[in-house]
Design a binder for this molecule. Structure first.
Ligand SMILES: Cc1ncc(COP(=O)(O)O)c(C=O)c1O
Length: 416
């Protein structure tokens, strides 16, 4: 039985996370269901970026000794509790794309090769249907590193592909299209038992649900900060290497800031100890300032409450629509509770894109991924139950009135 507006308002009154909403700047009249692509702006980020600009103006190059230089490690430590990681295990740096490449190189270098012998483990596995950059970078890595790239077709079990020739596997904890949440602990055990390593992509789990890398036995992971973590457009990504796996090898993007003594300007590369060797070149303190403001806010978040609210919002949205999707040829591909991240996926192959555009025109922002997938992300820090209830009503009206058939909703922008 769908809830009434009074009932959802009561849920908002009882919501322990409700006070966070006032700490985000969202445009009036917007219901933002795209925090799984680009998170909303924490109000504190504006002051932080302004402060950074003033520091640049006043301190000039001395800013590097006033907190800019060590920001990748400092923010990594801020992020660590959200990932179930310890201080010194997370570095905020580069993009997911770069970080997967670095970790692949680090892993295979650590596995070693004896002079004049064939590599015992020449295969890198990635999963079909994953976010493309994970597969693309595995392909590039294999092409230039003399490895063989193999793909586990979407929906097939890893077992068949995980043989003694596999060096590393790249997998997502939460799938970007379906929102399916994997059993990270069980799969990590399985991969390690085969003698391979796994790099987990946490793009759709960090800040979306409690992640416990330590408890899951994870050794290597990457993720981004611009989605659920609200770091801002193009905010730096992060990389995780468990303490006991650090210091074993070079990473392949052996840039000067990953050197043990970057300002010694030595001729030869000498990797820094600890997580710092995964640094590459100069980062942007501006981007770090915005992210630091967001991570400061995130220190106050109870991840158990976050998870419970995320799941309640998803159920509210789905229940409010359950009686009308079928008649419009829309299928709900959202996995059931224990097996999902924080998004809803609705598929309508012919009109999915236009339906999302019609919703955006009404101030309800979701996004679209080919083929036919309408994605709605649920970020519990700035979404109320009333927002979600209203978003579902808008979608009902867009469908009932055939609003999406208007010509203006058929035209595509570069970013969907
Ligand atoms: C699962 C996943 N991996 C990687 C990326 C992109 O990574 P980046 O642009 O930071 O390299 C995305 C972006 O949406 C993603 O969803």
């Amino acid at each position: 039985m769908p809830l009434t507006l009074d009932e959802v308002r009561e849920q908002d009154r009882q919501d322990p996370l409700a006070p966070f909403r006032s700490r985000f700047a969202l445009p009036q009249g917007t219901i933002y269901l795209d925090g799984n692509s680009l998170g909303a702006q924490p109000s504190a980020a504006v002051g932080a970026v302004d402060g950074l600009m003033a520091q640049w103006r006043d301190s000039l190059i001395q800013g590097w000794n006033q907190g800019w230089f060590d920001a990748p490690e400092r923010l990594g430590d801020r992020l660590a509790p959200l990932l179930g990681a310890a201080p010194g295990e997370v570095l905020v740096t580069d993009t997911i794309t770069h970080n997967i490449f670095k970790l692949l190189g680090y892993i295979v270098e650590g596995q070693g090769i004896t002079e004049g012998q064939e590599r015992a483990r020449p295969v890198i596995l990635s999963e079909g249907g994953n976010f493309p950059t994970d597969g693309y970078i595995a392909q590039g890595f294999c092409r230039f590193g003399g490895f063989e790239h193999r793909v586990v077709p979407e929906g097939e079990a890893l077992d068949t592909y995980l043989d003694a020739r596999v060096a590393a596997v790249v997998l997502s904890q939460v799938h970007y299209r379906t929102g399916r949440l994997r059993d990270m602990a069980a799969i990590t055990r399985q991969v390690h038992a085969s003698g391979a390593e796994v790099i987990w992509d946490l793009a759709h789990s960090a800040g979306a649900l409690p992640v416990d890398l330590t408890a899951c036995g994870v050794r290597y992971a990457v993720g981004c900060s611009y989605k659920y973590l609200n770091g801002g457009p193009g905010a730096p990504a992060f990389l995780y290497v468990r303490h006991d796996c650090q210091g074993q090898a070079w990473q392949p993007l052996s840039g000067w800031l990953g050197h043990a003594a970057p300002f010694a300007f030595e001729a030869d590369y000498d990797p820094a100890p600890g997580i710092s060797r995964f640094r590459t070149g100069t980062h942007s303190p501006l981007a770090f300032a915005a992210l630091e403001a967001s991570l400061t806010l995130w220190q106050e978040v109870d991840l158990g409450q976050l998870r419970r609210k995320s799941q309640r919002l998803i159920e509210l949205f789905r229940e409010s629509l359950s009686d009308c999707l079928g008649e419009h040829g829309i299928s709900d591909i959202t996995p059931e509770e224990a097996q999902r991240g924080s998004q809803v996926g609705l598929v309508e192959r012919e009109h999915g894109y236009a339906i999302v555009q019609a919703l955006i025109a009404r101030g309800v922002i979701g996004d679209y991924r080919e083929p036919g997938l309408m994605r709605f992300g649920f970020a519990p820090l700035y979404l109320s139950h009333e927002d979600v209830w209203r978003a579902a009503q808008h979608l009902r009206e867009v469908l009932a009135e055939g609003e999406y058939l208007a010509l203006r909703f058929q035209q595509r922008g570069a970013v969907t």
